[in-house]
Design a protein around this ligand. Sequence first.
Ligand code: HEC
Ligand code: HEC
Ligand code: HEC
Ligand code: HEC
Ligand code: HEC
Length: 232
Amino acid sequence: MANIFPRWTNQLPLKIAICAGSAVVGVALAFNYYATPKALAAGYQPAQPIPFSHKIHVDQIGLDCRYCHSFVEVSGHANVPPGNTCWNCHQHVQRESPKLAPLHQAMDPAYPGYDGKPIEWVRIHKAPDYVYFNHSAHLSRGVGCRSCHGNVHAMEVVSQDQPLSMSWCLDCHRAPENFLRPLEEVCNSGHDAQTYLTNNPQLGVTTPRELGLMLKERFKVKPKITCTTCHR
Ligand code: HEC
Ligand code: HEC
Ligand code: HEC
Ligand code: HEC
Ligand code: HEC
């Protein structure tokens, strides 16, 4: 237990007591009832209806994350792509692959088993319902996909890379300078701060930490850690 709950959680009862009277208490007690047994799900890797490989589509073909996860920058919620994003290519490429049968079923009226229903991808990352999370709020401040999802670009099968626990969220909210990137780099899977600095000497900073501090100042980044930021 000791290594799952970081030091600050020792103060949680105190903080909850301080919030006493506010709605947070009732909600917090309710969480304890139904959410406590949930294990941190890092590593969760379910089978998918089509064995879709990010390694092929990102590392080999070079597609940008946003080609498929097209709402991630503009919306609180990321989306998985609809069948026609795949069909754009796969009505021509690898058309006969048996792995793509569910795509034909969804998209190809000439296919015997066609039903036009969306492909049912199994969701992997899921914050509990009582947690408010917002993708665009992070991407627009220079937090890259890799900080939260790991090296998806190289995964044959997606698995959860980070715990998505409250202490994990707070570790970054307390020290975002360790994670911030220039905005044009948020979806660059190969981003490396030192290389970026070497290629951009005009910035006048030399270490990744100085770059992080500079971006924090430039974007006026000040992530909140009050309970109602994430529990509304
Ligand atoms: C060609 C389309 C395509 C591209 C490009 C793509 N993805 Fe995906 N992504 C998918 C599909 C389809 C799924 C659902 C199936 C799966 O999990 O493999 C998915 C699933 C995911 C998931 C898990 C979603 C969940 O259920 O929790 C994450 C995270 C993710 N992608 C991140 C990325 C990142 C980061 C990039 C860029 C480095 C990227 N994707 C590029 C199509 C794509
Ligand atoms: C930009 C074009 C493009 C898009 C969009 C695309 N793919 Fe692909 N996909 C390819 C190419 C090209 C290959 C073949 C790579 C190779 O042979 O090395 C491939 C390979 C595959 C394979 C392996 C097939 C086999 O038999 O080995 C699967 C499965 C697949 N794609 C599924 C999908 C799914 C599902 C989507 C939508 C989420 C998608 N692809 C979107 C271009 C695309
Ligand atoms: C600050 C951390 C963070 C960043 C940055 C981030 N994500 Fe996520 N992502 C999450 C969390 C947390 C969830 C679960 C959210 C939920 O359940 O509401 C998630 C869920 C997802 C899902 C599943 C959504 C669904 O409805 O099935 C996809 C796909 C995804 N992210 C893709 C991306 C891509 C692509 C990027 C970069 C463009 C990205 N994420 C950047 C933390 C992050
Ligand atoms: C790697 C760093 C990082 C991680 C991990 C992270 N955040 Fe953030 N978060 C930020 C930054 C940076 C901001 C933007 C702060 C600003 O705009 O001043 C932010 C802002 C937010 C906001 C404010 C959005 C709004 O609409 O105002 C919420 C809510 C939030 N984060 C929730 C979460 C939750 C929940 C998690 C964990 C599941 C999480 N964050 C994980 C860096 C992070
Ligand atoms: C930056 C976002 C963030 C902030 C700020 C935040 N939380 Fe959380 N909290 C989370 C996330 C994410 C979870 C879900 C963790 C999980 O699923 O493992 C969570 C879970 C919880 C739980 C359930 C714990 C359990 O064992 O199930 C309680 C209680 C809680 N938070 C109370 C608080 C209180 C009180 C505050 C203010 C001191 C607070 N939170 C501030 C993100 C946040």
